[in-house]
Design a protein around this ligand. Sequence first.
Ligand code: HEC
Length: 127
Amino acid sequence: MLAVATALPTSAQEPEVAPPSSTREGVYTVEQAERGEEIMHDVCANCHMDDEFVGTFIKSWAGASVGDLFEEVSTSMPQDRPGSLRPRQYAQVLAYIFQLNGLPPGEVLMSSSIEELREIIIEGSQG
Ligand code: HEC
């Protein structure tokens, strides 16, 4: 497993409320997960079952960043038309995958910027 990188922002531009740094801290909204579910069932379900993205899948990504996962999925999926979704739709799909794994929603929309998502480390719901 990869070591968890704790790259804290050092600049004076740090926002007043620190953004979440782990998928356990509420990195997506309920609405994003709902949209993600629709996309998953419309676009991905031809080839994938939701179950594939639960448990072992998220554990295999633990320690990597949400940006890494976003980049992987947005450049390789859907396999027959890679990159065909909008960035915000990929974020919605990831939100749904996090929800499937019991990771909590929060108040702030998950970004669709890979750079911003690199600040969030993937952790499963329990260890
Ligand atoms: C046409 C079939 C097809 C569609 C549609 C498709 N996938 Fe895939 N997907 C695959 C295949 C085959 C693999 C395994 C081989 C690979 O990794 O390229 C895969 C692998 C994956 C992986 C594992 C990547 C990894 O490195 O762990 C993820 C995540 C994934 N798909 C997500 C999605 C999502 C999200 C969608 C919908 C936006 C989607 N896929 C649509 C065929 C598809």
